[in-house]
Design a binder for this molecule. Structure first.
Ligand SMILES: Nc1nc2c(ncn2[C@@H]2O[C@H](COP(=O)(O)OP(=O)(O)O)[C@@H](O)[C@H]2O)c(=O)[nH]1
Ligand SMILES: [Mg+2]
Length: 355
């Protein structure tokens, strides 16, 4: 029996993980077993931590996008199949990746059509993203992502500003011709079943042919500083983990805007012995998006994972994050120990297959 695979791409912070986790719950409520493949340029991923917390069978492809790590992605699909025998597989390519039809979907169809049935390619679009002033090469990457979509989900349609901007985005998208558009909110659940039923019951035409200029695409990826850090914070007194996460995001926002660094997505996952918090920032001075916000998260220690993707040189991003963390949790009342800290710019994409 072939397993449906639903691939949801789209730029950083568009709402892919939130949508896929809500979708997984919907599918589980229909009595279906679900597996998720996450993906990133680095390791120690907030998305994977969140998915595992939701008791979802999840396999991570790290160290590069699905197209450059195609054999790892196939291995991940097989591993999920073996471990969890899912009825449906959801997969989230890293938000800086495009040309998925040529590098992931068509190769999978050629090689594994008997095992996997690929749904139409869905691209998540956050209508509020249009306000951000990225470099032209990053905008190019975002345009390519949308150009190969067979289905677009217009995300965050519970936020009045996203609903308002969604109207303009929809009329722009309609110019792409053969495209199905689903406005939805992963927070309220509105619109999810309509999209899910549509992609679950159809198959990709796999016929989009993008003429991607890989030198501009590579420049767009390289313009993003990519930071993954994790560690432990201990204090002499109990402190609020939710406040710590909130101040961390606000202080990073302030410091990065002083350097004209445009935020693509910063996410933090923090765990105390009792509970977990998770929040994201997608835009300068933007509201914090809370995914886990417990009321009573006081503890004298927490562990954290921080993933930041920002239009900034890696050295600047790394020094900003280090100084904000030390300012937020100063000696001698606090102690920070990093268990990992990496900051880099993604390498030029070099897909395993391109057909
Ligand atoms: N209000 C609202 N926020 C959302 C929705 N979907 C995602 N978000 C927030 O947007 C942020 C980024 O979402 P995420 O799913 O991590 O984006 P990804 O990078 O595309 O996977 C998170 O903090 C979410 O809480 C939505 O439907 N409504
Ligand atoms: Mg994600």
């Amino acid at each position: 029996m072939t397993i449906p695979v639903i691939l949801v791409g789209g730029f950083l912070g568009a709402g892919k993980t939130t949508l896929l986790l809500t979708t997984a719950q919907r599918l589980a409520a229909r009595g279906l077993r679900v597996g998720l493949v996450t993906n990133d340029q680095g390791e120690n991923l907030v998305d994977t931590a969140l998915a595992r917390r939701n008791q979802l069978a999840v396999v991570e492809v790290s160290g590069g996008c699905f197209c450059c790590r195609y054999p790892d992605m196939v291995k991940a699909l097989m591993e999920l199949h073996r471990q969890a025998s899912p009825d449906v597989i959801l997969a989230e390519p890293v938000g800086s990746c495009t040309d998925l039809m040529a590098t992931v979907i068509r190769p999978l169809l050629h090689q594994h059509a008997r095992r996997f049935r690929l749904a139409p390619l869905t691209i998540a679009v956050d209508p509020l993203r249009a306000q951000d002033r990225f470099l032209p090469e990053i905008d190019y990457l975002i345009q390519q992502q949308v150009a190969e979509a067979e289905v677009v989900v217009l995300t965050k349609q519970d936020l009045p500003a996203a609903i308002e901007h969604g109207k303009t985005t929809t009329s722009q998208l309609m110019r792409h011709g053969d495209l199905r558009i689903f406005p939805l909110s992963a927070k309220t659940g509105v619109g999810i079943d309509a999209w899910l039923d549509s992609v679950l019951n159809t198959t990709t035409a796999a016929d989009r042919k993008l003429d991607v200029d890989y030198s501009i695409y590579a420049a767009g990826e390289a313009a993003l500083g990519w930071l993954n850090a994790s560690g432990k914070v201990s204090a002499s007194q109990p402190f609020s983990a939710t406040n710590w996460v909130q101040y961390l995001l606000q202080m990073l926002d302030r410091s990065l805007s002083l350097h004209q660094s445009v935020i693509a997505h910063i996410k933090v996952y923090a765990s105390t012995p009792e509970t977990d918090c998770k929040a994201s920032l997608m835009h300068a001075q933007g509201p914090i998006g809370w995914d886990l916000r417990p009321d009573n998260a006081y503890s004298s220690e927490l562990t954290f994972t921080l993933n930041a993707r920002v239009q900034a040189a890696p050295e600047l991003l790394a020094s900003t994050v280090r100084s904000v963390l030390h300012e937020l949790s100063p000696h001698p009342d606090f102690d920070i120990q990093f268990t990992s800290f990496e900051c880099f710019q993604p390498e030029a994409p070099n897909p395993t297959h391109r057909i």
